[in-house]
Design a protein around this ligand. Structure first.
Ligand code: SF4
Length: 414
């Protein structure tokens, strides 16, 4: 006999969802919405049905805490109160305003979508789910949120919170790591949505998942759904949703080089589609375990030949000694002052960067020092450096350079 564990699991999930629906379908929206009417979160984007503002807030909320988003939301609606104002903005200004919020592809897609909506739809978001899905940065969750909140249409908005709440309500072995589980949850939620308040229903589920039905230690004792929550009633809350062990983030080491001449530092704008596209960076070298420099950012390898080895026995903490790096830099830049700017760790969801910064202080000769790529590189002074959108991982080095530059100019210093 052949076992089909995945098929069995899928049919168990379907059964659990259907069984729960047949018993509790009518009660859920009543319980949830009456709780939401008194305990829902008071958020700045909740007082509007303006699709532009709802879209803006939903894009910012992706992978970001509500408290962080509030500041950026106000900043954006003050600078660009309408979609047409945003569509007319320069990408550099958008990236600068987004600085610190992370996941910059969201900001770039924000601008692309604003321009598309301005050009193709006369500045109004289309009231059509499929058309929304074609816009950059809008996936099923954001399209569902827009359709339901802005246009009052019964479209689910399913994110990790909603999968978790659904898994617990029905005691279904759903997992957030399995994309096809989202489809099951979307169909489940569609069955539950009230036609008169679809937007409030989605927002109520978001609030419940964010405030009560949280991943660890949910507040079941005060949850309005505890009487119909199968996981709670059978004392199995901790089993749902099913979780797999998360993969550890990849680890990378970089040397960051702040090449300085006179009162300026060399910066360059990242092009392409990568993690930092559109942002300004300093030069850097990626140090790999096999001693090769492979990173596309490694733009100065024609000048710099490092003999730096990560220690073989410790893939994380092994770092080249600062003295070794300074020694190498002195060979390459014999006339420059070399300053150790210290280490810094920056964590993305899937990558962990270990950075070590060095300042190379060279005399500036305006006639000789032309950028390698004049379209993307330039020597920035203090004011310019502060105004540029810069990768968050490098902010600490920007600040250290600014401190160093100001200190250097103090009266009495040479
Ligand atoms: S009773 Fe507990 S597990 Fe069930 S929905 Fe409420 S908070 Fe979540």
């Amino acid at each position: 006999m052949i076992d089909h564990p995945e098929t069995d699991l899928n049919s168990q999930i379907e059964q659990a969802l259907q069984l729960w629906l047949s018993d509790n379908k009518k009660q859920l929206s009543l319980l949830l919405l009456s709780w939401y009417d008194t305990a829902g979160r008071d958020l700045p984007w909740r007082c509007t049905k303006n699709p532009y503002l709802i879209w803006l807030s939903e894009i910012m909320l992706q992978q970001t805490q509500v408290t962080t988003v509030k500041t950026y939301y106000h900043r954006f609606i003050t600078a660009w109160p309408t979609l047409s104002a945003l569509a007319a903005a320069a990408e550099t200004d958008i990236l600068k305003a987004w600085e610190g919020l992370g996941y910059y592809s969201r900001a770039r897609n924000l601008l692309k979508t604003a321009r598309l909506v301005a050009e193709q739809y006369g500045g109004q978001f289309p009231e059509n789910y499929q058309a929304l899905l074609k816009l950059p940065g809008i996936g099923e969750y954001t399209a569902g949120a827009l359709m339901s909140i802005a246009f009052n249409q019964p479209y689910p908005a399913v994110d990790g919170n909603v999968v978790r709440v659904s898994a617990r309500l029905a005691a279904a072995h759903l997992s957030n790591q399995k994309p096809h589980n989202r489809k099951k949850v979307t169909a489940f939620i569609r069955e539950l949505m009230p036609v008169d308040r679809p937007g409030d229903f989605n927002e109520a589920l978001m609030d419940l998942g964010a405030t009560l039905c949280v991943p660890a230690a949910p507040h079941c004792e005060i949850c309005p759904l505890s009487g119909i929550c199968q996981a709670y009633l059978t004392n199995r809350v901790s089993l749902f949703p099913v979780s797999r062990q998360r993969r550890l983030p990849r680890e990378e080491k970089h040397i960051v080089l702040l090449t300085t001449k006179g009162d300026r530092v060399l910066v360059h704008q990242k092009t392409g589609q990568g993690l930092l596209a559109g942002l300004y960076c300093f030069d850097w070298l990626k140090i790999t375990k096999n001693e090769q420099k492979t990173d596309e950012h490694n733009r100065i390898d024609h000048q710099v030949s490092f003999q730096i080895k990560p220690a073989p026995d410790d893939p994380v903490q092994i770092e080249m000694s600062p003295e070794q790096v300074i020694g190498q830099l002195r060979l390459i830049f014999p006339d420059a002052g070399i300053i150790d700017l210290g280490r810094h760790r920056h964590v993305f969801t899937h990558i962990r960067w270990y950075l070590h910064g060095f300042l190379i202080d060279q005399p500036y000769n305006r006639d000789q020092d032309t950028p390698k790529d004049p379209a993307a590189d330039f020597w920035a002074d203090e004011q310019q450096l502060q105004a540029l959108p810069i990768a968050r991982a490098l902010e600490i080095y920007r600040q250290r350079w600014l401190d160093w530059s100001r200190h250097k100019k103090e009266p009495g210093r040479t």
